[in-house]
Ligand binder design. Sequence first.
Ligand code: TLP
Length: 343
Amino acid sequence: MKIIDLRSDTVTHPTPAMREAMYRAEVGDDVFGEDPTVNRLERMAAERMGKEAALFVVSGTMGNLVALLTHCGRGDEVILGDRSHTFLFEQGGMAALGGITPRPVPNQPDGTLWLEDIEGAIREDNAHFPRTRLVCLENTHNMCNGTPLTAGYTAKAARLAYDRGLRVHLDGARIFNAAAALGVDVRELVREVDSVMFCLSKGLCAPVGSLLCGSADFIAEARRARKVVGGGMRQAGVLAAAGIVALEQMTGLLVGDHARAKRLAEGLEGIPGVEVAPVTTNILYFWLTEEVSKTPEEVVDGLAERGVLLLGRELGRFRAVTHYWISDEDIEATIAAMRATLA
Ligand code: TLP
């Protein structure tokens, strides 16, 4: 039975072109700065983001942690969304490893933070308080229906932060999905932030890796932080080679993933008992109405028996994520599997 894996875009395997590039990659010791393929990927990433420099890291989680360790010192505070990946799903690494306090404010359904909420969370200079140092945004917003943040919103939030002497980091794990959905160059979405992390190993299909981008001084410091968390890699060019293919060949294909997510939403909406959240990128959330007698677990299991994998999430929400290895036929098969499971 063919497995249609919609659990995440992290399940993507490298493309044949990536495997070929990995096989042929020139390598060196990257801790000595001598891996030509890593150096090339870092230059390409900085250029694509319109930043001075970039750093290749193992994962999105490491990229966000390294960014926070670089922007903040022990005792500093970070304003971020209460539905953000960094707050919910990174083990509180900023506090556990960096002595940094998270200050969550509500994420709105479109993934934004209200400017008044950011403003209200900024601490005064007072010996009782930690020092607010950083604002973190997420684009696209994973838990808020994969919604993209616009350049206009990002600029407003960033200017508010800068006016108050703060810095801004963007978790842009899926920033190329945001650019594809909004029809803008990715640079416009990251122009106003000090640092941005984006992932190669989600919709872009590379097997491993993310990039942290920012000013040359920031990245020089971030390189130290990456080393202390054990992220100094050696002949990492074999991984970077796949990342170069990801940047050269994969970003233009994301619009297709978004169209397939929309088609899946349409198909699921047509099934009695299924309600679907608005879809703008490759992440689709849906839930079941009371007329459905099956539990979420029974639905996930019923779909798995029919070869369709997706995640049942908190509050009875399900998540399906489209990606390069999901075809138009897979979408139709998923809709049919859902009909059969709920019948
Ligand atoms: N997200 C994963 C899971 O961890 C939930 C997924 O399947 O969506 N920022 C954002 C917005 C993310 O969605 C993720 C991964 C990360 C950071 C972390 O990236 P990795 O998994 O490379 O550490």
